[in-house]
Structures are given as structure tokens and as C-alpha cells.
Design a protein around this ligand. Structure first.
Ligand code: FSX
Ligand code: SF4
Ligand code: F3S
Length: 378
């Protein structure tokens, strides 16, 4: 398997350890799938798709199938901070159950405010109980930015009016791993847009422990479940990029995997929504597509049961998986100001005259993205 042998053995060992832990469900995943009309063949296809998405050899497919069955051994606490719950919706809302949503149902979800029946004191007790019972073993998923101004008083939770800031820092202390689900918990999100009155921040800015960011407003179900499956099977963190995003999901630029890219290179742009170019599926750059500056796998993994994605549906990418996109990528339906992108707009106007120009744009877009990110870092 060319260097994957050690990883394979590690995964087998992990499956052995997980299988010795007690099940938290009274129903196996096989039973759940059967009840929802999902065939074993579809389940194996799902395992193969996770394997491919994580860029692993096909020999890992049966291991992902096995570990998914053991997902009920993984205690999971999901906290909501300042957000719209679109991240949870991305995972659980579909007109028919997907294998991703069923796996999530099978996971030992100890606490999730919008899914559980409990409220008030009872909910608070469940959270405290889960943190105590599974100390050092639970996965903490956080959705939403953390307001930090006025000691976090802009967001309070439960009957004791604890601040979100105190709840998340407390829960982080004894977590086995922490995942920020969505752009809000990864980078602050819309709450953190200037002038950010609540002092909203990403989780990694308020806790001391390492955090994996799974941004997107919202992220796709595949990126959420893939991140969980990776941790479940290997018990370690995946390779991360400069913004702590898993490289397997955020390693490629939207622009480089876009089905409209040929039109960009040919200088064929939608000039206004609904025009002939729009009907023909031409490039949305002039309608404000931020695909050249955004890293995500949306065109491959897609949303809504993997049927579609923003650019496929006819709107430009808004850069929703990048830090501070509300401030830096706007206006959302116009190209970035030319002073920000080193003349890319004027270069785009010249595209189509020669293919050589198109190549220059390809390089230009790359330079722009680098410049853009350096600007953010500075
Ligand atoms: Fe944020 Fe998630 Fe955007 Fe909403 O809650 S990433 S506002 S889709 O849902 O956190
Ligand atoms: Fe696709 Fe947007 Fe790039 Fe055009 S600018 S090719 S629509 S990602
Ligand atoms: Fe977001 Fe752009 Fe994908 S807007 S969902 S990163 S296409």
C-alpha cells in the first residue's frame, strides 16, 4: 500500500479498541440503515466515498465501514454559540435520510441544544454529566462564534445564564479533540464582521487546546462527517493548512476545480444574471465569484445530498470558508476592488483576446490569492 501500512495497522488497532467499549445505542447501524431503506451496497459506496475523499487507498473502505458501525462508542458534545444553526441543518436536513445523517444519528450525541428534547436545568445537567462521565474522551464540536466583549455577556446560556465563553472554555479543557464546525466557530463569522460589537472570535482564539477548523457558512455534510470519520478511525488529527483546516477538504482552490473554469480561461463571462452567458453556464467572476481566493471542495462534495453547490446553481462563490469573508470578500456580487487584487479585473476584461492572456490570468489569480492571504496575516 506504499507507505500506508503503518496507518492501516493503526486503524485496525483503533477498531479493536473501540469495539471493546460499550455501545450507547439499542440499535445497530445496520438495523438503522435497514429501517430507513438504505441498502448495504449504498453503505459500502458511502464508505468508499469517504476513503476517496480522505485521499486514502481503497483498502481502507472496509475499515471505514467497520468504524462507522462503532460510531456509537464516540461521545460527542455539540455546543451552539452565536450562529444561525445552518451548520447543523447542512448535516441533518434532507428530504430523505443520507448515510451521513444516519451516521450522525448513530453517533453517541450526548448534547446538542437544537436536537435534544431537554431544556433549561435538565439540559444543563446533561451537559455537566456528559463532561464528567466522558472526561478526556469526548469530542467537542462547536458551532458559532464566541462573543468575548464584556466578559462574554453578549451570549448567555441556560437558567444560570453562563456565558458562552465560559461554557466553551470549560468544555474544551477535558475534550479529546475539538472541531469548530462552520465559519463562525472557526473564524468568528458574520458576528465578527466589522465593527464586531460583541467581540466575536473563533474558538481557537479563546481556548488553549488545539482546534481543527471545518469552515463554510455552512460547511458541507461531507466535510463534517469526513472530519469525524478521520478522527474515529485514526484517533489523530489530519494534516492541516495555515488556518487549521484539514488539507483533504480545503487543500484546493474553488477556481481550480470549477466546472465553469473553461469559460474563465476562454474569456466567457456572465455579464448580468439571467443573460445568455448565465443560461450557457459561463464564468461568474464578473458577478462577484470569489472562487479564485477560496479553498474548499464544494464542486466535488456538494450540498443537498451532494446534488449541487453555489456556483453550479448559478451564483458566484462568496468565499464563505475563508477567514473574515464578510469583510474581505464584499460586495458579494461584485469583483473585488481592483486595488485589492492587483488589476485582475482589468486583466479579465482583456481575456479572450489570446490564450496567452488567459494563462497570465491563471498566474495572476494565484498571486492574488497569496497576496490576499498575506494581507490577512499581516
Ligand atoms: Fe455560522 Fe453555523 Fe454560517 Fe450559520 O451555525 S457558519 S452563520 S451557516 O450555521 O455557524
Ligand atoms: Fe468558477 Fe468562479 Fe473561477 Fe469562474 S471565477 S471559474 S465561476 S470559480
Ligand atoms: Fe462557500 Fe464558495 Fe463553497 S460560497 S459553499 S466556499 S462555493
Amino acid at each position: 500500500m506504499n507507505g500506508f501500512d503503518a496507518l492501516y495497522s493503526k486503524a485496525e488497532e483503533r477498531i479493536r479498541i473501540l469495539s471493546e467499549l460499550p455501545s450507547t445505542k439499542n440499535k445497530t447501524i445496520e438495523k438503522l440503515l435497514e429501517e430507513k431503506g438504505v441498502q448495504r451496497r449504498d453503505f459500502m459506496k458511502w464508505a468508499a466515498s469517504i476513503t476517496a475523499m480522505l485521499a486514502l487507498p481503497s483498502q481502507f473502505t472496509p475499515l471505514f465501514a467497520d468504524v462507522a458501525k462503532l460510531a456509537d462508542r464516540l461521545p460527542l458534545i455539540w455546543l451552539h454559540m452565536a450562529e444561525c444553526t445552518g451548520c447543523s441543518e447542512s448535516l441533518i436536513r434532507s428530504d430523505a435520510p443520507t448515510v451521513d445523517s444516519l451516521i450522525f444519528e448513530h453517533i453517541s450525541l450526548e448534547y446538542h441544544e437544537t436536537l435534544m428534547a431537554a431544556a433549561g436545568w435538565q439540559a444543563e445537567e446533561i451537559l455537566d454529566g456528559a463532561m464528567h462521565k466522558y472526561k478526556g474522551k469526548y469530542i467537542l464540536l462547536v458551532e458559532g462564534g464566541v462573543p468575548t466583549a464584556m466578559d462574554g455577556q453578549y451570549l448567555t446560556l441556560g437558567p444560570q445564564a453562563k456565558t458562552g465563553l465560559s461554557v466553551v472554555t470549560e468544555a474544551a479543557k477535558d475534550a479529546a479533540a475539538i472541531f469548530s464546525i462552520g465559519t463562525c466557530s472557526s473564524f468568528g463569522g458574520i458576528q465578527a464582521a466589522a465593527p464586531n460589537p460583541t467581540g466575536a472570535k473563533g474558538v481557537d482564539k479563546v481556548v488553549k487546546q488545539p482546534v481543527i477548523n471545518v469552515p463554510g457558512c455552512p460547511p458541507s455534510a461531507k466535510n463534517i462527517v469526513g472530519t469525524l470519520m478521520h478522527f474515529l478511525l485514526f484517533g489523530t488529527l489530519p494534516a492541516l493548512d495555515r488556518y487549521s483546516r484539514p488539507k483533504w477538504a480545503y487543500g484546493n482552490r474553488i477556481h481550480d476545480l470549477c466546472e465553469r473554469r473553461g469559460h474563465f480561461d476562454a474569456g466567457e463571462f456572465v455579464e448580468s444574471f439571467g443573460d445568455e452567458g448565465a443560461k450557457a453556464g459561463w464564468c461568474l467572476y464578473k458577478q462577484g465569484c470569489k472562487g479564485p481566493y477560496t479553498f474548499n471542495n464544494c464542486s466535488i462534495e456538494r450540498f443537498n445530498q451532494h446534488t449541487h453547490w453555489p456556483v453550479g446553481a448559478g451564483h458566484g462563490c462568496m468565499g464563505c470558508s475563508e477567514p473574515d469573508f464578510w469583510d474581505t470578500m464584499g460586495p458579494l456580487e461584485q469583483p473585488l476592488d481592483s486595488h485589492l487584487v492587483m488589476g485582475l479585473n482589468s486583466t479579465v476584461d482583456k481575456v479572450g483576446t489570446t490564450l496567452v492572456t488567459a494563462t497570465v490570468i491563471g498566474i495572476g489569480a494565484h498571486a492574488v490569492a497569496s497576496l490576499f492571504m498575506n494581507k490577512k496575516e499581516g
